[in-house]
Design a protein around this ligand. Structure first.
Ligand code: FMN
Length: 270
């Protein structure tokens, strides 16, 4: 394997950090790598907020489903899908007026623009992860940043056409050495050829084998599940945090698409 592939294969999420701050040069290397990521139409439809304020970190640790390690991360980056900057630029450049003069209907960002901006933000985030890894700095994504949108909006002053994409904790690992990597499903379940393939139950039963047991094998679990899939369903899919994620995401999408009345006053609504 070449050094890049070795790095990718050795990566694992890091949740316990040496408190030593990252140097300015390390932060600069991570940010400049992120900003070299591919980006739709070279528009850079994302914003990265460096979260330095310890009070903000402490708050995030609570509202992102109570994960105290967030507050201990020496370097925290909040990636937003962002069309606000372009909408502000379009306004500054008189785009709407000119479009009307030319008989073109002006428009505002909608679902397609949101997904494109999310793609941009997440590709930049993963580029930051790999850049950090190459410097010996670990990281962990926090998906719970999608929850409690109203609180994040207030905390960070998020305007209408921004959308939380990922929170990333960085830091040198202080975890036990030689930790086992988290397994992955066999490739046949993930990589298909030419068309999508669904699997019958017997095949799906094999899927969980890299994690040490068949998917449907009977067992006893703390949450009264009878197999590992039920365990996952009850612990994650139907859990309160998943329901909150859906509520919050729905509110964010409605706001982005201008289908709500809850955006704070003073925003440039169309
Ligand atoms: C979108 C996304 C959201 C995640 N959210 C969290 C999280 O909120 N808390 C956490 O501890 N790990 C989180 N993770 C890390 C995953 O748990 C981790 O990537 C997975 O268990 C595989 O382990 P590995 O990264 O060490 O290979 C998240 C990862 C991704 C990609």
């Amino acid at each position: 394997m070449n050094p890049t592939l070795e790095l990718i294969h050795a990566r694992r999420s890091t949740r316990v950090y040496d408190p030593t701050p990252l140097t300015i040069a390390e932060k600069d290397a991570i940010l400049s790598a992120a900003m070299r990521a591919p980006t739709a139409g070279a528009m850079m439809l994302y914003t990265i907020i460096e979260v330095n304020d310890q009070a903000l970190k402490d708050r995030l640790a609570v509202i992102c489903d109570n994960q105290p390690f967030i507050a201990k991360s020496p370097y925290l980056l909040f990636f937003l899908a962002d069309y606000q900057r372009w909408m502000d630029l379009y306004a500054a450049a008189g785009c709407e007026t000119r479009a009307l003069e030319l008989g073109v209907d002006p428009r505002t960002p909608q679902e397609g623009d949101l997904i494109l901006a999310l793609m941009d933000a997440l590709i930049a985030a993963q580029t930051a992860v790999l850049a950090a890894e190459s410097l010996g700095i670990g990281s962990c994504y926090i998906g719970d940043i999608i929850e409690n949108w109203e609180l994040h909006r207030e905390l960070f002053g998020l305007p209408q056409y921004t959308f939380p994409a990922a929170l990333l904790c960085f830091g040198r690992s202080a975890e036990k050495p030689n930790r086992k990597q988290v397994a992955r499903f066999e490739r046949e379940f993930i990589v298909h050829t030419d068309h999508y393939r669904r699997f019958p139950p017997e095949k799906l039963n094999e899927m969980h084998l890299p994690f040490g047991r068949e998917s449907l094998a009977e067992g006893e679990f703390s949450n009264q599940a009878h197999n590992v899939v039920q365990y996952n369903y009850l612990r994650k899919f139907t859990a309160d945090f998943s329901l909150e994620m859906t509520r919050s995401a729905r509110a964010m999408i409605a706001s982005w698409c201008g289908q709500d009345n809850i955006a704070p006053p003073g925003l440039n609504r169309h």
